[in-house]
Design a protein around this ligand. Structure first.
Ligand code: ATP
Length: 688
């Protein structure tokens, strides 16, 4: 039996035992809140508990009778609100008042309670009722002011109590919501880092991280530094203090860190940059201090800070407007801690960000984050590997080709690919299929790229025609231009916000030439050009295209130095902080940039129009077919416009693969339809 399995088998019973213990301990958890609770309950009890016999409520009719019949000994008005009535002892002992003694009242009273509206009215009522009585029988009332202590205490305790509860709740939330690390006001400054060590169940390993070979190699080396420290320091070298994982969202930075936690046999502290930042000044810095003191106690170990840009943003003197003292003091503390301990203490910091350019230079300098590990969007082979990882738990058709899936997902990140696999499985499950097939993957990719299909959207026939010609315009122009991206399919089924779409396969390239951008702009303008050529009218359908084209043209002129008039000048600011309020060029240059952008777009629009006019018959045929079939593929376009000649061998191979898939899907669909037809005729026969 392999070592690992043996370990797991022997560990299992222990875990069960461990799990049982907390249950036993659970019971009642006594703390200070119990005392507060008891005090509040006691006060409430004082207020509402019936401690002795209470006088009976009496109404004016009965009270006036008692007074007239000279039964009343005395009346005391309390707090101008109520009158306590005491009967004469001989009357109290009469039979008709037996119920009073049953209620355990004694002769001393008071026996009745009469609620008065106002002392003046009560005074008048008494006078009126007694005007016929002899002078010695007339009763006057005494007034008394009594303090209702319990009521008064409650009236200030309740608001204070509510304030305390809110205060404790807010602080508890800030202090970590009662978790292991937080759970109190006094834990505010404690770090919220989760610690994983050998016993923690982190199952991610480097096997789960597909591609990213260089990054994996660098990061394994860092883990190795900690494990075999002497090997590296014996020649006088110092172990790096930190490594920064940089890359676009979803490229596997957190995953890689998790794999390190799973594989490194040292404690691993994980925290997000935003966990340091709190509303209160000084909490962030205190959390940094606490994190490092915990880490030093467990050294050798690794600290992982995800999304470090939350605290590591540049402290630029220019952008005072954006400055945040708390964040800056947290960053200062981090810088001090990273520099403040000896290199060989064995604490390595791994941080991840998608925006290294905005990080403070002091953070990036050698001696803090000595290494920057760049994670890029996966290339074709890496995508194939990522598909392999994520398809493992999914039941797929045998003929599923991962290479082809990788080909259809250029520009996708690892997270997108994971999403495609999951979405495909859900789509197949919705269709009650036994396996996830090619069609499900194509649908999943379409859904992720374009949004949900909305076949029920209300579209008038004229609108449908306009959309078809618009999309056919894109297809025709892009097909006939040398550098535009290869077309995969065109559809007039609304998806997400779009009413129709032309799907391209972006080329895997590292550099983009001016000609390529111009052809892309021209193809994007093909839709509007087609509308103008055919209907002599333009619509709002080109909004997205125009937005994209304008941005592309502006970046050509003002960032990439692709305009002869403006010259080889770039106003691009990679740090995103230089030109926040001012433009770095004069009004004259601004005008020139605008003119150049307009020139480019106008020229490309004319080119798109001419391409359509020169191929008007084929273009119309394509639009008609699109109206008929709703979705057309590369084969249909090739059938009408002829073979596309300018593809590079790499792209041609990719396109051929996709076409093969499209054919396979068609075949699969036909087979399914045939099967369905056969089963339904069989059922019909059986019914007969
Ligand atoms: P962000 O910068 O937005 O935090 P990230 O780079 O940290 O993103 P991860 O959270 O690591 O991205 O990746 C998200 C998911 O994408 C992972 O859980 C995993 O399923 C998948 N993924 C990303 N890259 C890979 C990869 N190389 N191999 C396998 N799966 C991957």
């Amino acid at each position: 039996m392999p070592e690992k399995e043996k370990k797991q088998l022997t560990k299992k019973p222990d875990k069960k035992k461990d799990n049982k213990n907390p249950k036993k301990k659970k019971g009642i958890n006594y703390n200070i809140f119990w005392i507060y609770g008891i005090i509040v309950v006691a006060i409430l009890a004082l207020q509402f508990w019936d401690f002795g016999a209470k006088p009976e409520t009496v109404y004016w009719n009965d009270l006036s009778k008692m007074i007239k019949e000279k039964e009343v000994l005395k009346i005391t008005v309390i707090n101008k609100e109520k009158a306590e009535v005491t009967l004469k002892p001989e009357v109290f002992n009469q039979k008709k008042y037996d119920k009073l003694s049953e209620k355990k009242m004694d002769e001393e009273g008071p026996h009745f309670l009469f609620r008065i509206s106002s002392p003046e009215v009560f005074h008048k009522q008494l006078q009126d009722i007694q005007k016929d009585l002899a002078e010695e029988d007339v009763i006057f009332y005494a007034s008394e002011t009594r303090k209702d202590f319990s009521g008064e205490i409650l009236s200030w305790i309740i608001p204070i109590g509510i304030l305390i509860v809110i205060w404790v709740f807010v602080f508890r939330r800030m202090g970590g919501g009662g978790g292991a690390m937080g759970g109190g006001i006094f834990n505010m400054g404690k770090s919220k880092a989760k610690m994983f060590n050998n016993d923690a169940a982190i199952k991610t390993s480097f096997k789960d991280v597909a591609g990213l070979e260089e990054a994996k190699q660098e990061i394994t080396e860092i883990v190795d530094f900690l494990k075999n420290k002497d090997k590296y320091t014996r020649l006088g070298g110092k172990i790096p203090k930190g490594a920064l994982l940089v890359g676009p969202p979803g490229t596997g930075k957190t995953l890689l860190a998790k794999a390190v936690a799973g594989e490194a046999e040292v404690p691993f502290f994980s925290m997000s940059g935003s966990d340091f930042v709190e509303m209160f000044v000084g909490v962030g810095a205190s959390r940094v201090r606490d994190l490092f003191s915990q880490a030093k106690a467990k050294a050798p170990c690794i600290i992982f800070i995800d999304e470090i840009d939350a605290i590591g943003r540049s402290r630029s003197s220019k952008s005072n407007f954006n400055s945040n003292d708390e964040r800056e003091s947290t960053l200062n503390q981090l810088l001090t801690e990273m520099d403040g301990f000896d290199t060989n203490t064995g604490v390595i910091i791994i941080a991840a960000t998608n925006r290294a350019e905005i990080l403070d230079n002091a953070l990036l300098r050698a001696g803090r984050f000595d290494r920057q590990i760049l994670l890029e969007l996966p290339d074709l082979n890496e995508r194939e590997e990522i598909f392999e990882v994520h398809l493992k738990p999914i039941k797929t058709n045998e003929n599923l080709n991962m290479k082809s899936l990788a080909r259809q997902t250029p520009g996708f990140s690892g997270a997108d690919i994971a999403n495609v696999c999951n979405e495909a499985a859900l789509i197949a499950a919705r269709g009650d299929k036994e396996f996830v097939g090619k069609q499900d993957f194509v649908d999943a990719i379409d859904r992720i790229v374009g949004g949900l299909e909305k076949r029920k959207k209300i579209i008038t026939p004229q609108e449908r025609k306009t959309i078809a010609y618009h999309e056919a315009g894109h297809a025709t122009v892009s097909w006939l231009l040398e550098h535009s991206q290869p077309l995969i399919k065109v559809t007039i089924v609304p998806r997400g916000k779009a009413l129709g779409a032309a799907w391209y396969l972006p080329e895997e390239r590292q550099l983009t030439t001016k000609e390529q951008i111009l052809d892309e702009i021209c193809a994007a303008l093909g839709g509007r050009a087609a509308e103008e050529v055919i209907f002599n009218k333009i619509s709002s359908g080109a909004l997205n295209d125009l937005e994209r084209v304008t941005k592309q043209a502006y970046s050509m002129v003002s960032f990439m130095g692709m305009s002869e008039e403006v010259g080889n000048i770039s106003f691009y600011d990679s740090s995103g902080q230089e030109y926040s309020f001012q433009k770095p060029y004069s009004e004259k240059t601004a005008e020139l940039i605008d003119q150049e952008v307009k020139k480019i777009i106008d020229k490309e629009y004319m080119r798109a129009k001419n391409t359509i006019i020169n191929n008007i018959v084929k273009f119309k045929e394509l639009a008609e077919r699109l109206q008929q079939k709703e979705v057309i593929f590369t084969d249909d376009v090739e059938d009408i416009l002829g073979k596309r000649t300018f593809l590079n061998p790499h792209t041609e191979e990719a396109i051929n693969g996709i076409r093969q898939d499209q054919l396979d899907i068609k075949k699969e669909k036909k087979m399914q339809e045939k099967k369905q037809a056969e089963t339904s005729t069989k059922e019909n026969k059986e019914i007969r």
